[in-house]
Design a protein around this ligand. Structure first.
Ligand code: 6CS
Length: 339
C-alpha cells in the first residue's frame, strides 16, 4: 500500500493494536459456572459477585446456571482447563479431586446452629488460611467458602437409629466420604450427579437423599419422599474458585477487584443463607402439611455420632497429615465460633 492512506495505516496500526489490546484487557467477559439456579444460594452469590465486578470495572460476568454446561464434574474440567474463569463447586463433588475438601463432609464437625454458622464461615482459620494452597495444587484460586443450610435427610420411612436405616438406598453427591458416611450410618448409599437424582427418586432406584431445606423445597424433593430428618450431622458447604492461571494473569487492580467482589458476595450470602434455610423449611410446612419432619434428639444423635468416628478415620486415611491438621483446626474454629 502506498500514498497517504497506506502510510497512515502503517503508522496507526501499532497504535490501533495497542488500543484494541488495552480494550480487551479492560473489558473482558468472564465466564462463571455454578451447580444451582439464579435464585438458589449459589445463584445469589454469583449475582452479587457479577454486580460488584460490573459496577467497579468494564468487565462483564456471564453466569452459567446448573445444567447449562453439563454436570458439576464437567464444569470443573472446563474451569481447570481455563475455559471458565470462575466456578462454584461444592466439596460434596470436589472431594473426589481434593481429598482435604472432604473435611467439610466429616459428620458432626460443621456447625448447624444459625448463630454459630456465620461466625464459623467468616473467621475459620482452616477455611481462610489452610485450604488456599491445597486448591492451588489443582490449578484453582479459592475465593470463598459458604454454607447453604443444615443437611437434612429425606426418606420414604421414618428412622431414629442406624438400624432403622438398614436397607435404605440413599443418594449422595460423588465425594467418596459421603458413601462412607451413609455406610457407617447403616444405609446403602449410591453416589450420583444432581441431574440423575429426581429420576432415581421417581423410579425408586433410591429411597432418599440429603440436602438443605431450601434446596429440598425448591426442587420438590419433599414431594418425592415422606419424611425429612434433621440428624445434625452437617452443613451444606460450597466453594467459589477462579482458574489459577487466569487469576495470576490479572493486573493487581483486577485481582483486587475480584477479591473485593468475593468479599462483598460472601458477606451478603452469609446474611441470607441462614434466612433462606428457615424460609425453605417454612415453605415445606406450608405447602406440604402432611410431610413428616423429625428432629433427632440428643440421645438419638449419639448413635450416629458414634458411627461418625469411623468416617473421620477414613477421612484422615485418605487426606493424610495435612487433612488431619485441617480437621483439628476446624474443631478449634468451631469452639471459637461458639464462644
Ligand atoms: O445435591 C446436589 O447435588 C445439589 N445440592 C445442592 C444444595 N446444590 C447443588 C448440588 O448439585
Amino acid at each position: 500500500m502506498t500514498g497517504f492512506a497506506g502510510k497512515t495505516l502503517r503508522l496507526c496500526a501499532p497504535l490501533m493494536a495497542a488500543a484494541l489490546m488495552a480494550g480487551t484487557a479492560h473489558a473482558d467477559n468472564w465466564r462463571y459456572a455454578m451447580e444451582e439456579g439464579l435464585t438458589d444460594p449459589q445463584g445469589l452469590y454469583a449475582t452479587k459477585f457479577k454486580e460488584e465486578i460490573e459496577a467497579n470495572s468494564d468487565h462483564t460476568v456471564q453466569i452459567y446456571p446448573v445444567g447449562s454446561l453439563g454436570e458439576s464434574a464437567d464444569a470443573m474440567e472446563q474451569a481447570q482447563a481455563g475455559l471458565l474463569q470462575f466456578i462454584d463447586q461444592s466439596p460434596g463433588f470436589t472431594g473426589a479431586l481434593i481429598p482435604e475438601a472432604e473435611a467439610f463432609l466429616v459428620p458432626y464437625i460443621q456447625p448447624t446452629d444459625p448463630q454459630v454458622v456465620r461466625k464459623f464461615f467468616k473467621e475459620s482459620v482452616a477455611i481462610n488460611e489452610m485450604f488456599h494452597g491445597i486448591y492451588r495444587e489443582q490449578g484453582l484460586e479459592l475465593l470463598a467458602v459458604f454454607p447453604e443450610g443444615e443437611q437434612v435427610v429425606t426418606t420414604m420411612e421414618e428412622f431414629r437409629t442406624p438400624e432403622d436405616l438398614e436397607g435404605m438406598k440413599i443418594r449422595t453427591m460423588t465425594s467418596p466420604l459421603l458413601l462412607e458416611t451413609y455406610t457407617a450410618f447403616g444405609a446403602s448409599p449410591i453416589a450420583m450427579a444432581w441431574g440423575e437424582l429426581i429420576g432415581a427418586l421417581k423410579t425408586n432406584m433410591v429411597d432418599g437423599q440429603e440436602n438443605p431445606a431450601i434446596w429440598i423445597e425448591a426442587y420438590g424433593l419433599d414431594n418425592l419422599t415422606k419424611v425429612m430428618t434433621y440428624t445434625g450431622h452437617g452443613q451444606y458447604t460450597t466453594a467459589v474458585m477462579a482458574n489459577a492461571d487466569f487469576y495470576d494473569g490479572l493486573s493487581d487492580e483486577d485481582k483486587q477487584l475480584v477479591q473485593n467482589a468475593s468479599q462483598a458476595a460472601h458477606d451478603y450470602i452469609l446474611d441470607v443463607a441462614v434466612e433462606l434455610d428457615a424460609k425453605g423449611l417454612a415453605k415445606i410446612k406450608e405447602t406440604n402439611p402432611d410431610y413428616t419432619i423429625v428432629r433427632l434428639t440428643k440421645e438419638e444423635r449419639a448413635a450416629f455420632k458414634e458411627r461418625a468416628k469411623a468416617v473421620e478415620a477414613a477421612f484422615v486415611e485418605r487426606a493424610g497429615e495435612r487433612g488431619a491438621k485441617i480437621l483439628e483446626q476446624m474443631k478449634k474454629d468451631l469452639v471459637a465460633a461458639q464462644q
